[in-house]
Design a protein around this ligand. Structure first.
Ligand SMILES: Nc1ncnc2c1ncn2[C@@H]1O[C@H](COP(=O)(O)OP(=O)(O)OP(=O)(O)O)[C@@H](O)[C@H]1O
Ligand SMILES: [Mg+2]
Length: 339
């Protein structure tokens, strides 16, 4: 077997991020640059999708341009709550709609995953985070996590303070453990956990099929070593290549909030000798890594076990089933040759 030395390794990327850098990175991932309410194509089989677009539109309209004097705003915005929560299964376009909403918000605004906001608080401290974010028109939180009660409470308090200052909040659901069946209970869990804020949120439920699977059918593409080399060489931009075991080890040494910087600027990665994961911590870190690859639209070229089989049957039967299924959907999309 030839040892590849021609591509850089992700293991040489162990980034630190300052609070200021994290705050600067709080914009939608590049792949959602073009996401608008108009480019969201509601599936006619799932009426909740077109309804979701309308409700996001209404949420945005209450910021609308001031017309007809001082008191018109009050009339227009009377029905709108300060928060909106998009709840649904994976791939139904929650992040797309959140990014579209963010781009319509006036003035200073932020967009990040729950993990990124907790990393910001970790880097700046709570009070400085409040100072940094306050006065924004909108805080968009993609994939609100309920896994860690401490983080959830902290975020709930932070959002409460910001909302009191007039900032509006938009969030999407993550995939809580054990929520089989497309996250049917996510909205209830969310409301319970943010109980102090619950009545400020409008819940928008989005049903449907994984949009990525509408176009990307089938399995993750699997290659041999030469295929990985050829794939990486075909990429216009920075690439990296690693063996799967080494990559997992590296992921365990970098905080998941920094994976975003680890993959920054990459256009493609090679992963050699993929094998089915047996350790749950490895698997969850790999999921977080895949999320960042997906956000940055980094193409994946791999050898060994097809990446859609990287989570064993035991794992898929367990509490994090939805997270793993979503990661598979993303892996299939990233290994498919498209542009
Ligand atoms: N109805 C739709 N019309 C057009 N594009 C869509 C639609 N639904 C999803 N997409 C696109 O499909 C991809 C996946 O959607 P998105 O990431 O927004 O889904 P999601 O609900 O956030 O999924 P996940 O649970 O994985 O976070 C994105 O590129 C998005 O722009
Ligand atoms: Mg999403």
């Amino acid at each position: 077997m030839s040892v590849d030395t021609s591509f850089p390794s992700l293991r040489d990327r162990s980034p630190e991020m300052t609070g200021a850098e994290i705050a600067q990175s709080l914009v939608p991932p590049r792949q959602f640059d073009g996401a608008t309410l108009e480019s969201y194509r509601p599936d006619p089989d799932y009426p909740s999708q077109s309804e979701a677009v309308e409700r996001v539109r209404a949420f945005v309209a209450s910021w609308g341009p001031r017309q007809g004097g001082l008191f018109s705003r009050r009339r227009r915005g009377a029905e709108t709550r300060p928060g909106i929560y998009l709840d649904g299964g994976f791939g139904v376009g929650k992040t797309h709609l959140l990014a579209a909403l963010w781009s319509l918000a006036p003035g200073r605004k932020y967009f990040g995953t729950f993990i990124e906001y907790t990393a910001l608080v970790g880097a700046l401290g709570y009070q400085n985070t409040v100072k940094t974010l306050s006065g924004a028109s909108l805080i968009a939180i993609d994939e609100f996590e309920l896994d860690d009660p401490g983080d959830t409470m902290m975020m709930s308090r932070l959002l409460g303070e910001l909302a009191a200052g007039g900032t509006r909040i938009a969030a999407t659901s993550n995939t809580p453990p054990n929520a089989l069946g497309e996250g049917r209970f996510a909205a209830a869990d969310f409301l319970r956990e943010i109980s102090a804020l619950a009545d400020r949120f409008e819940i928008v439920r989005i049903d449907g099929l994984d949009y990525r699977r509408r176009e990307v059918e089938g399995n993750a593409v699997i290659l041999d070593d030469a295929g990985v080399d050829a794939g990486l060489q075909s990429i216009d931009g920075d690439v990296a290549s690693d063996d799967f075991a080494g990559l997992l080890k590296h992921l365990s040494s970098v905080h998941p909030s920094r994976y975003v910087k680890m993959v920054d600027g990459l256009r493609g990665i090679g992963i050699r000798d993929v094998r089915t994961l047996t350790d749950q911590s490895d698997a969850l870190r790999f999921v977080a890594f895949v999320d960042r690859l997906y956000d940055a639209q980094v193409r994946i070229f791999s050898t060994g076990t097809p990446l859609d089989q990287v989570f064993g049957d035991d794992m898929l039967a367990g509490g994090y089933r939805k997270k793993y299924l979503r990661a598979i959907s993303r892996l299939v999309a990233l290994t498919a040759g498209r542009d």
